[in-house]
Design a protein around this ligand. Structure first.
Ligand SMILES: [Fe+2]
Ligand SMILES: [Fe+2]
Length: 165
């Protein structure tokens, strides 16, 4: 079976894979570029030892990332909510629960980091020393999440074709 027939089968048949919003793939590309850009801004701040100097660029990047994540996560979760879970293995069901939990965690963390950056921007006070470490950790976790999600989507597509276990 070639890739094209696999894709059309997976999209047409009721399955564990559910319906995949075609915008998600494009958003993953935009998302990866946004993460790379924020990491570059952080690296420049490290190189110049001046995270304050990168604050405005970082703030607009974080606001954009949060907005991107809100739309992206909500589209992913809408697709997963339409999945026929009886076609999924227990491990796939646990994957969905884990991914949704992680979405909540990332939105909370990106919101807190944005608020911290905004507060220092308005008041002129110095950022907490742990800020850049926490942002780097968030970017690494988000990247790992997306990779895990891609692996899961591929696996669930085949599960759906085979009818689960
Ligand atoms: Fe996700
Ligand atoms: Fe995603």
């Amino acid at each position: 079976m070639d890739t094209r027939s696999i894709e059309s089968h997976a999209l047409d048949a009721p399955s564990c894979a559910g319906t995949i919003d075609p915008r998600l793939e494009e958003e993953h590309v935009v998302f990866k570029a946004a993460v790379r850009e924020i990491q570059s801004e952080l690296d420049r701040a490290h190189d110049s030892r001046d995270i304050e100097g990168e604050r405005d660029a970082l703030l607009s990047s974080l606001v954009r990332l949060r907005s991107l994540l809100l739309g992206h996560f909500s589209r992913e979760e809408k697709g997963w909510s339409q999945i026929d879970v009886t076609a999924c293995t227990p491990s796939t069901r646990r994957w969905i629960e884990r991914l949704v939990r992680e979405h909540r965690d990332y939105l909370k963390r990106v919101g807190e980091l944005t608020t911290a950056l905004e507060a220092t921007s308005l008041s002129g006070i110095t950022l907490a020393p742990e800020f850049d470490g926490e942002l780097s950790a968030l970017l690494a976790d988000l990247t790992e999440h997306e990779l895990a999600e891609e692996r899961w989507m591929q696996r669930s597509m085949f599960e759906g074709m085979l009818g689960g276990d």
